[in-house]
Ligand binder design. Structure first.
Ligand code: FAD
Ligand code: SF4
Length: 336
C-alpha cells in the first residue's frame, strides 16, 4: 500500500479546492470500496480528503414535490427514511437488497454511485486490465466471465456496474447534483454512468474536480406498483447476477407508464426506452411482459460463462413486471 496524507474537509468549497490541487488526491466517504481498492493496490491516492463532515447528511423535500438526498446520507438512513419508504419504496427495496447491514451503515449515497466494478481481473494486479491500465487488454472476454456484461459491452471491457441502488435510481429517473471548480450542475441519472466504449477506464461523467452533493428524486415515486428483483448466487451479501427495477403507473387494466432498469448486465444501469414505450397503453398480460423482455434482450450478447444471463434476465423482467402489477412485490429469487 502507498503512503498517503489524510485531511478532513470542512466545507464543499474546501473539498473541491483540495481535489483540484492534485490529480492523485481522492475523496473518501464511507470508505467501504475505496479502502479495499487501496489495500489491493488498485487505487493509489497520494492524498485522502475525508468528506464525512461536510453538511450533506440531510433528506429534504424539493420545491417540485420531489426529495433531495444528501450525498453523505448512509444507505441505511436512505432505506429507512420515512419519506423514502412511503414515496419511493422501490429505492428502499433496492438498497436493502445490497451488501450487509454493517456495510450499509457506512456506505454513502455518493459513494454508492462511484463504487467500482467487481470484475475479478480488475482486482488482480498480476493480470492486465483495460479499466485499470488502458491498453493492456481485457482477459475477461476470453476468460471466466460469469458475472460480466451481456449488453452495451465493448471489445475493450465487458465489466458491469455492481450497484443495486443505482438500478432503482435509473428507473426513478433521479438527477445527480454535483459541484466543482466551475460551479454546480445537474446530471440526469441516465447520463451519469458510461458504457465502456474505447475508454473503459472511465466509469462515469463526473469530472476529476467535482463532488457529488445530492441525488434528487422527481415527485413521481411509483409507490403503488413497483418491484426490485435481485437474482444472485446467495440470498444475501452477494452482488446481482441480474437485477430488475420496475416502476409502473396503471390505469384500470392498462399500463399508463412503465419504467424498467436492469442491473448486473451492463457497465451502467440498463434502460431501453423504446421497449418501455411499447408497453404504454397495453394490457397487463404475461404475453406483453414476455414481448418487452425479448425486446430488451434482443441485442444481448453472451461471452460463454455469462450467456445464461440472457435467459435469466428475460425471466427476471417478466417476474418483476408481474410482481409490480400485483402491487405486492416480493423479493423472490427462486425458481427463475
Ligand atoms: C463485501 C461487500 C459487498 C457489497 N455488496 C453490495 C451489493 O450487493 N450491492 C451494492 O449496491 N453495493 C454493494 N457493496 C458496495 C457498497 O455499497 C459500496 O462500497 C458503497 O456504496 C460505497 O460507498 P462509500 O461511501 O463507502 O464509498 P467510498 O468507498 O468512500 O468511496 C467510493 C468512491 O466514491 C468517491 N466518493 C465518495 N463520495 C463521493 C462524493 N460525494 N463525491 C464524489 N466522489 C465521492 C470516492 O472518492 C471513491 O472513489 C458491497 C461492498 C462490499 C465491501
Ligand atoms: S472486463 Fe473490464 S474490468 Fe474486467 S478485465 Fe476486462 S477491462 Fe478489466
Amino acid at each position: 500500500m502507498n503512503n498517503f496524507t489524510y485531511r478532513r474537509a470542512d466545507n464543499v468549497a474546501g473539498a473541491i479546492q483540495e481535489i483540484a490541487l492534485d490529480g492523485t488526491a481522492q475523496l473518501i466517504a464511507g470508505g467501504t470500496n475505496l479502502l479495499d481498492l487501496m489495500k489491493e493496490n488498485i487505487a493509489r491516492p497520494s492524498r485522502l480528503i475525508d468528506i464525512t463532515r461536510l453538511p450533506l447528511h440531510k433528506i429534504e423535500d424539493t420545491a417540485d414535490g420531489g426529495l433531495r438526498i444528501g450525498a453523505l446520507v448512509t444507505n441505511t438512513n436512505v432505506a429507512y427514511n420515512e419519506q423514502v419508504e412511503k414515496r419511493y419504496p422501490l429505492l428502499a427495496r433496492a438498497i436493502l437488497a445490497g451488501a450487509s447491514p454493517q456495510l450499509r451503515n457506512m456506505a454513502t449515497t455518493g459513494g454508492n454511485l462511484l463504487q467500482r466494478t467487481r470484475c475479478y481481473y480488475f482486482y488482480d494486479t498480476a493480470l492486465p486490465c483495460n479499466k485499470r491500465e488502458p491498453g493492456t487488454g481485457c482477459p475477461a472476454i476470453a476468460g471466466f466471465n460469469r458475472i460480466h456484461a451481456i449488453l452495451g459491452a465493448s471489445e475493450h471491457c465487458i465489466a458491469v456496474h455492481p450497484s443495486d441502488m443505482c438500478v432503482a435510481l435509473a428507473a426513478l429517473e433521479a438527477t445527480v447534483r454535483v459541484t466543482g471548480k466551475n460551479g454546480e450542475r445537474a446530471i440526469p441519472f441516465a447520463s451519469f454512468h458510461r458504457l465502456p466504449g474505447d475508454t473503459p477506464q472511465l466509469d462515469n461523467n463526473l469530472q476529476a474536480d467535482e463532488i457529488i452533493t445530492a441525488i434528487e428524486l422527481p415527485a413521481q415515486g411509483f409507490a403503488e406498483n413497483y418491484a426490485y428483483l435481485k437474482v444472485r448466487d446467495r440470498q444475501s451479501y452477494a452482488f446481482a447476477l441480474v437485477s430488475v427495477a420496475v416502476a409502473l403507473a396503471i390505469e384500470g387494466t392498462q399500463i399508463k407508464e412503465a419504467r424498467l432498469a436492469l442491473g448486473g448486465v451492463a457497465h451502467k444501469p440498463w434502460r431501453n426506452s423504446e421497449a418501455e414505450a411499447n408497453l404504454r397503453g397495453q394490457p397487463l398480460t404475461a404475453a406483453n411482459f414476455q414481448k418487452v423482455a425479448a425486446a430488451i434482450m434482443h441485442e444481448a450478447q453472451g461471452f460463454g460463462h455469462n450467456t445464461f444471463k440472457i435467459e435469466l434476465a428475460q425471466r427476471a423482467i417478466v417476474r418483476a413486471l408481474t410482481q409490480a402489477t400485483a402491487g405486492t412485490p416480493q423479493a423472490q429469487e427462486q425458481s427463475l
